[in-house]
Design a protein. Structure first.
Length: 158
């Protein structure tokens, strides 16, 4: 049976394996932007994230194998003339292993992140989803997420 827990250093090799999968989704969708195959973090950077109190890395583990992970970061917007003070759990990354998709791993990780956001006093969860990944967008919509803003582009060279 799989379980959701906070990541530990022992999970770094499996996190790196899954980070390649995430990168390849992006690379295959937009090779003009994303290199492949690589990872956005190396082992030392993951180790630093694990010890940083602003970061949360949740994993779904089964028999010493990761079925998925969710990386989150606490962000605080200070009150200003324009903005209200807001504490946010920003989901930097969510990955479900290709072999574990459609088994509710992503939903379980997301629900645990919601509970963590409440425990931390966050008033919202935010993330960025790439248009190259419509399945991810549908997933986040089923989790109750709504668009906050849209980034648009106009390629200027062919």
């Amino acid at each position: 049976m799989s379980r959701i827990l906070q990541a530990e250093e022992k999970h770094i090799p499996e996190l790196l394996r899954l980070l390649v999968q995430v990168n390849m989704v992006h690379h295959n969708g937009r090779p003009d932007l994303f290199k492949g195959p690589t990872t956005k973090y190396d082992a030392d950077e993951l180790k630093a994230l694990l010890s940083d109190p602003r970061h949360r890395i949740l994993v779904c583990e089964e028999d010493d194998r990761l079925l998925g992970y969710l990386m989150g970061e606490l962000k605080e917007t200070k009150e200003s003339r324009l903005l209200q003070p807001v504490k946010t759990l920003y989901i930097d990354d969510l990955c479900v292993d290709e072999s574990a998709r459609r088994q509710k791993v992503g939903s379980r990780l997301f629900e645990e992140a919601k509970a963590e956001a409440v425990r931390l006093g966050c008033s919202r969860i935010c993330l960025t989803v790439w248009e190259l990944n419509p399945g991810a967008r549908r997933f986040y919509e089923t989790m109750g997420m709504l668009p906050l803003n849209t980034t648009m582009e106009l390629p200027t060279k062919s």
